[in-house]
Design a protein around this ligand. Structure first.
Ligand SMILES: [Zn+2]
Length: 364
């Protein structure tokens, strides 16, 4: 799956949430098909995911005679059953008026096409998320050689590359066909939903143009995967853009959000429970990456492949199920060091990239 979240060393360190200034005022999550009122006019619902990260939160906002929903769950029979139960249960049989997707990963957009078609509702997304989602959902059929070259450079074995070829097209399988058109939302835009103003706030790095929704009147912030409690968002380089530096985008976004957001927001995240303490959380996420980068620099005293540096980044072993995300996240940290002139890569005759420090002196 293109989306997912790896618990890295950095945030394992921030696990003691109470001590770190986070609270979870809404308590335990709603059962599938049920809802908890997260704020006036805003319901918190949860759908299952068939992955290590086993759930996603979706939110329904009262919108006149119906509901504007934020994110949709991945395309599985269990998600559809969850929606059916919610629609007749807490959503009281009222229609969905708009489908807003924070970003294009299948756990967020997987059922957007299904919901939009069923209710003849528009899809609202940022431009880069919509276009990238359409692009990735068209990746079916035979895996491109560029993908094999990318993963080989990261240090994958031939059997691992073969598994990549076999599983190519997984992104499209996680979603119903995206609507052929959409309504663009953009930074700073104010959406009126049920008579309340929600301001769009954009972040980058986890996905190209991720939208958050902020109701300033009572400081409710639907954060998608841009700010999560407990776990950090996956920041990965993918074969479509091997030299990208999404971690730089991510760190820049965290700085910006830290400056922009007030301390007393209630954050409604895509995964985990709604929480307060957004500013300490942002600081902890930044610190997590800084610590990971420092450990990474230490391990690059000897030349390493991307697959050799997992231990310096992740708190737990990397199995085959998350090998792509882990390798992508390792390359994101390596490309970030390269962008700062702190590391460089050299491709050997077998097409494998070996990373080493540019500086001769030991990093602190
Ligand atoms: Zn997600």
């Amino acid at each position: 799956m293109a989306d997912g979240v790896i618990t890295s060393e950095g945030e394992a360190e921030t696990g003691g949430d109470g001590l770190r200034g986070l609270t979870y005022p809404l308590g335990p999550p709603p059962a599938p098909g049920e809802a908890i009122q997260a704020a006036p006019g805003v319901l918190w619902l949860r759908l299952p995911l068939p992955m290590q990260l086993n759930h996603i939160n979706v939110y329904a906002i009262e919108d006149g005679d119906g509901w504007a929903v934020v994110d949709t769950g991945i395309r599985t029979p269990d998600s559809i059953a969850g929606w059916e139960a919610a629609l007749t249960g807490p959503l009281a049989g009222k229609p969905i008026t708009r489908v807003i997707c924070t970003h294009m990963h299948p756990d967020h957009i997987g059922l957007a096409g299904w919901l939009c078609e069923r209710f003849d509702a528009p899809l609202l997304m940022t431009q880069l998320e919509y276009v990238t989602g359409r692009m990735l959902s068209a990746e079916t059929g035979t895996a491109p050689e560029a993908g094999a070259i990318f993963w080989r450079a990261g240090g994958w074995s031939e059997p691992q590359i073969e598994r990549y070829r076999q599983s190519y097209g997984m992104f499209a399988k996680g979603m119903t066909a995206m609507p052929a058109g959409y309504q663009r939302i953009r930074e700073g835009q104010v959406l009126s939903i049920g008579g309340e103003d929600w301001t769009i706030v954009i972040g980058n790095g986890h996905s190209p143009e991720h939208a958050c929704l902020w109701r300033k009147s009572d400081d409710i912030f639907i954060s998608g995967d841009q700010i999560l409690p407990r776990i950090s968002s996956n920041i990965s380089v993918w074969p479509t853009e091997p030299l990208s530096d999404p971690l730089d985008d991510w760190m820049t976004s965290l700085d910006r959000l830290g400056d922009l957001l007030p301390a007393d927001l209630l954050v409604l995240p895509g995964h985990g429970e709604p929480f307060t303490g957004v500013l300490p959380r942002i600081e902890a996420l930044k610190r997590g990456h800084a610590v990971a980068l420092k450990r990474l620099e230490r391990t690059l005293r000897e030349p390493k492949r991307a697959v050799d540096v997992f231990a310096s980044l992740f708190a737990r072993p990397v199995g085959d199920g998350i090998l792509g995300m882990a390798t992508g996240e390792a390359i994101a940290h390596l490309n970030y060091l390269a962008g700062q002139g702190r590391a460089r890569r050299e491709r050997d005759a077998d097409g494998v990239d070996w990373w080493s420090l540019t500086a001769t002196k030991d990093p602190a």
